[in-house]
Structure formats: C-alpha cells, structure tokens
Design a protein around this ligand. Structure first.
Ligand code: THG
Length: 368
C-alpha cells in the first residue's frame, strides 16, 4: 500500500499523537486534515462499536463560524432547511445547496447565539462558499475556522462514560441538543450526536490545549467499559443509513435526488437555492439503500454501475458486507422509474440488487 506523505498542509490534530499511540493503521484526508481510519479491522471495530464505546478523533469535522448581525441570514442562505425556529444550542442537519439546488455539503448547523453559528462541515470547502456569498451580498459577518476539534464518543456505553467524566446531567442532553461543560479550565460544547446509529456524544473541544488530557481522562474512566480508539465505521454507517459527502452525494446531485429534502419540510424562501428547488421537475434518479446478493463484498474504491435488461440503471457509491444482517448492503443512485418489484437490477458481475425501503436498520424494524 502506498503511504500518505504528511505536511502541514495535511493538518494533524491535537489527538494525532494519541491515536497514533493507540495503533492507528491508516489515515484518510478530510477537510485538509487527518482522519484516522480503522484501528483493528473493519469487522472487529464494527462489533466493538455496537457493544461498547469508542473515542473518535473527528477533528476534521471543521467548524465554519459565522458571527455578526447578518449571521442568521447567511446561515439560512446556504440551506433550504428552515432555521427560523432553531433554538440557541440546538443542532440541525442542514444540507447546503448552491443556486442551482445542487448539494455542496451536508453539515450540522449549531446556533451558538443569536448572532453566531457553527456549521460543522463534511468534506468540501464551505468556508469559501460562505465568504463568497457574504462578499457578493454585502453581508455584515465575520467568517472563520475556529480552533475547535470535535471528539466523538460513540457506542451503547457512551452515555455512561460521559457521565463519569462530566456528571449525570449529561444524560439529560436530548438528541441534537447541547450542554456546556468545563474541562481543563475551559468550557466545551457537548452535543448528543455523531456519525453512528449507536448513540453518543460529540465534544466540540474549545481549543487544542485540553485535548490530550481529555483523551486520556476518557480512556482511563472507560477502562472497564472496554473503551477503544475508533473511527466512523463503514459497515455501521451504511446500516444506519448515514450518507458520506464525496461518496454517496456530490455537487453533481440535486437536493431532491439525494433524498435530503426530507430534512427540509418547508424549503426556506430565504435560501439561495429556493427558486430552483421549487420548480425542479421530479428527479430522474434517486438515492437508494440497496442489498446485493452473493459473496461478501469488500469496500469499493470507485462507483459500481448497475444495469437493468442491459440498460444503465444507475450506480452504487458505497457497498459492504453486513455481518449482523448477513447480506451486502449499499447506497447508490438508481433511475427513478426502476423498482426491484418489477425490474431485475444487476451489477456487471451479476449480483442481483434489491432496492430497500430505507436503511437496513429501519427496514428490519419495519418488518418486525
Ligand atoms: N457530526 C458533526 N459534524 C459532521 C458530521 C457529524 N460533519 C461532517 C459529517 N458528519 C456531516 N454529515 C452528517 C451526516 C449525518 C448526520 C450528521 C452529519 C446525522 N444524521 C442523522 C440521520 O440522518 O438520521 C440525524 C439527522 C437529523 O435527525 O437531523 O446525524 O456526524 N458534528
């Protein structure tokens, strides 16, 4: 395997020393920053994430901080999701769209104060988009990338671990709600959120200084809970239906094609994409959750084309074997008129592909 050569441009994080010591096997780059990947094996980590608790260095979930009299206006210009009723301290999953209604990112937006927002971005340079919009529209805002290094605590035992370090009040945090807590002489924002379906928290660390001690304290406090270093798990996130920007959704896709419009019940008229989104015809392709027959699949590194009666039917962007469901699961874009009920969808190597009603986790719970 070729190695990744690292310079200052490929930014390290305040946790890099700790995750390296914990035995990190590889890195990917996300928002120009290291994102450590699989520590043991994909499957071992998967079972561990679903039964214990893990610490993830997700510092690469960079914050685009918007401050000033026009902060709320700019935050709303970037997303079709209605932010007008968002409370201070509340997180919202907010697809970002350009003026054509194409998806530029799928961040979590947190309202820090009436005049301050954090946009917790996926892997694309939203700070440039925000600054361009602000300049073009003459908005009175300041836009910076603050020294915030998110640390995720994920898994069924995450709440117990967090309570040991931050106290039992942390248990009262609602999903996508926040609290602030002191650690190492600094106040940190903590949300009940994270890129897994196992539940957990994300600590938006206030600066780099407290990070190594925070890591060590959580590791020490969680020893008997079998806490381990981890990272977003490909198998678990596909089971949970969590999308990956750059893989499953890109700027080639419209909001409607990605299905993310379900998070934007009313398309805010104050979003720059609103005019186009409101007059878009029904999409010709749609993001689908799928299952594939055949032998266990390894992670794919390029899209896998789908066919139906010899005709192109779309492509899969992510696929992997799910040990708990005993099938390959996938995410892809499929031609809108195709359904598994009437059409036989196959890959080039003849795997029969079935469209699910949603992520396999909910598909199973609906069936039960
Ligand atoms: N947490 C934070 N920032 C992030 C991510 C994160 N930035 C990058 C990336 N992940 C952004 N993408 C997502 C994708 C899914 C979710 C959050 C960020 C998510 N979705 C839930 C779902 O789809 O079921 C809940 C959405 C909702 O109910 O609003 O959590 O993970 N800080």
């Amino acid at each position: 395997m070729p190695e990744l050569s690292i310079s200052h441009r490929t930014r390290s994080t305040p946790f890099t020393d700790r995750v390296t010591a914990a035995g990190v096997k590889a890195y990917t780059v996300y928002n120009h920053m290291l994102l450590p990947t699989v520590f043991r094996s994909l499957t071992e980590d998967y079972h561990h994430l679903k039964s214990a608790v893990q610490l993830w260095d997700v510092s690469c979930e960079r914050q685009v901080e918007i401050t000033g009299p026009d902060a709320a206006r700019l935050a709303q210009l970037m997303t079709p999701r209605d932010l007008s009723k968002q409370r201070i301290g509340q997180c919202l999953y907010t697809p970002t769209c350009d003026i054509r209604g194409h998806v530029l990112n799928d961040p979590v937006t947190i309202k820090i104060a009436e005049d301050r927002y954090w946009v917790s971005i996926a892997d694309s340079d939203i700070i440039l988009f925000a600054r361009g919009l602000a300049a073009g529209m003459g908005l009175d805002v300041q836009i910076v990338e603050p020294d915030i290094y998110p640390l995720a605590v994920q898994g069924p035992k995450a709440e117990d671990l967090m309570a040991r370090v931050f106290g039992d009040t942390i248990r009262e945090t609602k999903f996508f709600g926040t609290q602030t807590h002191w650690f190492g002489g600094l106040e940190h924002l903590i949300a009940r959120s994270g890129y897994s379906g196992q539940g957990g928290f994300e600590i938006y660390t206030n600066g780099a200084a407290a990070c190594p001690a925070l890591w060590d304290t959580l590791m020490e406090a969680g020893r008997d809970l079998d806490v381990h270093a981890g990272c977003p798990n490909l198998i678990e996130r596909v089971e949970a239906g969590l999308l990956s920007y750059g893989n499953d959704i890109t700027a080639r896709h419209t909001l409607h094609e990605t299905g993310l419009a379900r998070f934007c019940k009313t398309i805010s008229p104050d979003c720059i994409a609103a005019p186009r989104l409101n007059q878009m015809p029904e999409p010709e392709r749609q993001l689908r959750y799928l299952s594939l027959d055949g032998a266990p699949m390894k992670p794919i590194t390029r899209p896998v084309p789908l066919h139906c009666e010899g005709q192109p039917a779309g492509q899969i962007s992510t696929a992997i074997w799910s040990p708990d469901y005993g099938t390959n699961i996938a995410i892809g874009m499929v031609s809108a008129e195709i359904t598994s009920a009437t059409d036989k969808i196959v890959t080039a190597d003849d795997r029969v592909t079935t469209i699910l009603n949603g992520p396999i986790v909910t598909a199973r719970s609906q069936a039960a």
